[in-house]
Design a protein around this ligand. Structure first.
Ligand code: PRP
Length: 180
């Protein structure tokens, strides 16, 4: 594995493009769930914390926010494919409309595990919104109803996404480029 400090970050998606896309996603989601008595928006920690914060402020719906934390990557770059629930949601979701918010879908193992877990609790409707989708890396058959951006198989950081817990606070999505 490359040294953690031997890299630079090249901009891939600007803060402005993200903001515009978040606005249009929120418009589509608000239309889809129109009339709901309460939408429970479930963010997957830690990577989705920036995205969910921006997204819920654009939703024109009665919203409750909850969080679930999984771990699969640790501090490395490769998924162990073993998804563990580190923190479960606090609220009851039976009969409720649920929107799962994910920062990035890579192999799909995390989302697959979380969707199965939440579906087993009998929500009314459960849909997924992912900011980024790396379809080329998919190992399980799972799709998000709403995707912000389709991206190639690059190691990305920023807007909540880390490399070794760093760079989550970048306002844009960047591509990690390792240097000697
Ligand atoms: C990352 C990312 C997604 C997941 C995607 O989370 O935030 O949740 O991996 O990978 P997959 O589709 O291959 O399962 P990670 O476990 O690194 O935790 P983090 O969100 O706290 O950074």
């Amino acid at each position: 594995m490359p040294q953690e400090d031997n890299y630079v970050i090249d901009q891939m998606i600007s803060a402005k493009s993200i903001a515009a896309r978040v606005e249009s996603l929120a418009f589509e989601i608000s239309d889809y769930f129109k009339g709901t008595d309460k939408l429970v928006v479930v963010g997957l920690l830690r990577g989705s914390f920036v995205f969910i914060a921006d997204l819920v402020r654009e939703l024109d719906l009665p919203v409750e926010v909850d969080f679930l934390e999984t771990s699969s990557y640790g501090d490395g770059m490769e998924s162990s494919r073993e998804v563990r629930i580190l923190k479960d949601i606090r609220g009851e979701i039976a009969g409720r409309d649920i929107l799962v918010v994910e920062d990035i879908v890579d192999t799909g193992h995390t989302l697959n595990h979380v969707v199965k877990l939440l579906q087993s609790r009998n929500p009314a409707r459960l849909e997924v919104c992912a900011l980024l989708n790396k379809a080329a890396r998919r190992e399980v058959d799972i799709t998000a109803r709403w995707v912000g951006f389709e991206i190639p198989d690059e190691f990305v950081v920023g807007y909540g996404i880390d490399y070794a817990q760093r760079n989550r606070n970048l306002d844009h999505i960047g591509k990690v480029r390792f240097i000697k």
